[in-house]
Design a protein around this ligand. Structure first.
Ligand code: C2G
Length: 487
């Protein structure tokens, strides 16, 4: 059996703690609210789970050190807005190599990080955590039903399959069936954004609309989340899985769902604040809206339902009017873009721009290649099917950017061509070439880090989509040089 530390004594954290304890694991639960620890350890009851008895074997602690020390698994079950501060507080007590499971669902609006990325970010910042093993655990899992041992399924997702399998082993029992996945980003994106669609579903019911409308919202809501996820490099099949459509169905149709309940109250005329107060628990769909709106902009993806919910929740729009707008939007097809044209060279040079093959271009020096560059190239490639990198020549770097590169143009070119996201490397010899490149290579999308935000919008007049992606924080060629100098 395993020893497990649970951070967060909320509904989901306690339902899981009980399940794990009843499976024979040693479970310690911590909360940032001492009064919760005092109450739950004394009464062995949780206010949101009246029918549930908290096993005597569960240890409660107010010490974040005690809940993290010597555990096979540390489980983050705090509300999404407290994940960063909790990870920062726990970092000194989490050893390198620790398996960390996150069950909180959300995306951090300021960085567009998923919550497992937020935890990793805090541990890396603290230092000494080079091999943190993060798992996102997510699926159609109402705490109220898990607390009653009703048959439930969930996905254990980690970049390392064997880590996902360890967590699968620990959480699997006769009432909880665990599936593994490696698409952590996709799993976490579903978990965050489906709460917004559940809000929409509740608003629809609150307006008195029926099952037809709810089915439409679930189906089209999943379509827009999938569209965004694929643009972000996630696996399309993740969205058709348990953490995708499975979780959306259960969240958008069940009265256990806080998002559904809050949505209904909003549809009936309460303000979001009144609705949240009445629900009395965290409504993660509202927390997820800022990040959803930012991702729609950064990745140039239409999220009509998320945008509609945002207008209602954050701009006070009239729900009935918004539904009418949604119903009368410009006509769309359900068909995905046509099959990928497999002859890259042919489509690059000879075919006109078009749906069959999306071509992306980006520009840069890429000296002392680092993971910030790779992160940019990976996301750029996910925006299309073919990525061209215009690499600044040594002369262009010196004359135009006063940059003295460590690696020559040829060396930097060879490094870039070895990256699986890069399909072609061409020289960047002038600032002006972007316009002609766009036509010569039939470019659909121009991408660059948001340190250049707004600088290349003129390319839109050439019919090119312009995307500025968030830079990867805390890494740059300059920083590497400085660090090496002072080491
Ligand atoms: N980048 C990033 N995160 C970092 C560092 C760089 O996303 N931590 C991105 C930059 O925003 C840029 C690309 O990686 O999109 C290459 O960065 P540089 O080599 O620094 O390129 P730069 O000097 O900005 O040249 O005509 C455009 C210029 O050639 C861009």
């Amino acid at each position: 059996m395993s020893s497990i530390g649970v951070l967060g004594a909320g509904t989901w954290g306690m339902a899981l703690a009980r399940m794990l304890s009843n499976s024979g694991h040693d479970v310690t639960v911590w909360s940032a609210l001492p009064r919760e620890i005092d109450e739950y350890s004394a009464t062995r009851r949780h206010p949101n789970l009246p029918g549930m008895v908290i096993p005597d074997a569960i240890i409660f602690t107010k010490s974040i050190e005690e809940v993290c020390r010597d555990k096979e698994i540390v489980l983050f079950a705090v509300p999404s807005v407290f994940v960063r501060s909790t990870a920062r507080a726990a970092a000194p007590f989490i050893p390198d190599g620790q398996i960390i499971v996150d069950v909180a669902k959300g995306i951090e609006a300021s960085t567009l990080y998923t919550l497992s990325e937020v935890i990793r970010d805090e541990l890396v910042k603290f230092g000494g955590h080079d091999h943190v093993r993060l798992v996102a655990l997510s699926g159609p899992t109402h705490a109220e039903e898990v607390a009653r041992d009703l048959p439930t399924t969930i996905v254990s997702a980690s970049q390392e399959l064997q880590t996902a399998e360890i967590v699968q082993q620990v959480f699997m029992n006769t009432c909880m069936r665990v599936y593994t996945n490696v698409d952590v980003k996709g799993i976490e994106l579903c978990g965050a954004l489906k709460n917004i669609i559940a809000l929409a579903s509740g608003i629809s019911a609150g307006l008195g609309y029926g099952d037809n409308t709810r089915a439409a919202l679930i189906t089209r809501g999943m379509a827009e989340i999938t569209r965004l996820g694929v643009r972000m490099g996630c696996m399309e099949q993740t969205f058709a899985g348990l953490a995708g459509i499975g979780d959306l169905i259960v969240t958008a149709t069940s009265m256990h769902s806080r998002n559904n309940k809050a949505g209904m109250l909003i549809g009936q005329g309460l303000t979001p604040a009144e609705a949240t107060a009445k629900v009395g628990m965290v409504v993660e769909g509202i927390n997820a809206l800022p990040a959803a709106m930012r991702m729609a902009k950064v990745y140039n993806v239409e999220l009509p339902l998320c945008e509609a919910v945002n207008k209602i929740v954050n701009e006070g729009a009239d729900p009935a009017k918004i539904v009418l707008e949604l119903m009368t939007r410009d006509r769309k097809t359900e068909l995905p873009k046509s099959a990928l044209d497999i002859t890259f060279e042919n489509s690059i040079i000879r075919n006109r721009r078009g749906e069959e093959m999306r071509r992306v271009i980006t520009y840069g020096t890429f000296d002392l290649l680092h993971y910030g560059h790779i992160n940019l190239l990976k996301r750029a490639k996910a925006l299309g099917d073919y990525l061209i990198v215009a690499l600044s020549t040594d002369e262009f770097n010196w004359v135009e950017k006063q940059k003295k590169c460590y690696f020559s143009y040829e060396q930097r070119k060879a490094l870039l061509e070895a990256i699986r996201y890069v399909d072609m490397v061409i020289p960047e010899t002038s600032w002006e070439q972007k316009k002609t490149d766009a036509h010569e290579y039939h470019i659909d999308t121009f991408v660059i880090g948001d340190d250049w935000e707004g600088k290349f919008d003129f390319l839109k007049e050439e019919g090119v989509e312009v995307v500025y992606l968030p830079r990867t924080p805390d890494i740059s060629t300059t920083q590497i040089k400085n660090d090496l100098e002072h080491k």
